[in-house]
Write a protein that binds this ligand. Sequence first.
Ligand code: SF4
Ligand code: SF4
Length: 203
Amino acid sequence: MREYFRNIYRGIWTVLIGMKITFKHLFTPAVTIQYPDVKLKLPERARNRLYVNMDDCIGCFQCDMACPVDCIKIETVKSLPTEDLGMTSTGQKKRLWVTQFDIDIAKCCYCGLCVYPCPTECIKMTDVYEFSEFDRHNLIYNYATVTTAEVTDIKARAAEFEKEQAAKKAAAAQAAAAAKAAQPAPAPPAANPPSTPPPQSPS
Ligand code: SF4
Ligand code: SF4
C-alpha cells in the first residue's frame, strides 16, 4: 500500500518537474507573434518582391544584364519616327516599345542588383513578401502594359517600316550606280611633248 502511494507521488512530481519550464514561460512576455494576424515591421531597406513602373521603363536592358540568375526577360521594338512614346518622369525620351517585361520571381534571389543600374529608377524592391502560389508558373510576373494584339500590331508596323527603308536604300544605291554608269568615259591622256629641245649639231 505504501509503495502504491509512493508511485502516485513520484508520478505527480515528475510531471511537475517536466512542466517547470512551461509554467515559467506562462508568466514571461512572449517573443513570438501570432502571424499572419500580427506582422513584424520590416526594416526600411528590406528586399522582397520586385515592382516595375512601366511608365518609366525605356527598355535599356541594364537590369536584365545585371541579373545574376537571368530571370528577367525583356523584348523591345523600335518606335517609328512618327510615333511619340512620351517621356519618363525623370525626363528621358522613350524610343522603344517594351513589348515584353517578365520577371520569374521563383528564380529571383532578391539580390537587388537589377535596381541599381536602372537609369530611370523604375525597378524597385518592395516590402511585399506574401506571394506564395500553388502553381510556380504564376510566379512569372508580366509587367508589360501592351496587349498581345498591340504587340502584333507594333511588330507589323516596325517590319513594314524596315521593309520600306530597305527598299529606299536599294533604290538609292541603284540610282547612284545608274548615274555613275551614265557619266562619259574620261578622254585618254595626250602624248607629252619633249620637255627639252634636241641637242644642236656643231656647224
Ligand atoms: S533581385 Fe537579383 S535575382 Fe532578382 S531579378 Fe533583380 S538582379 Fe535578378
Ligand atoms: S534598367 Fe530600368 S529602364 Fe532599363 S529596362 Fe530595366 S527597368 Fe527598364
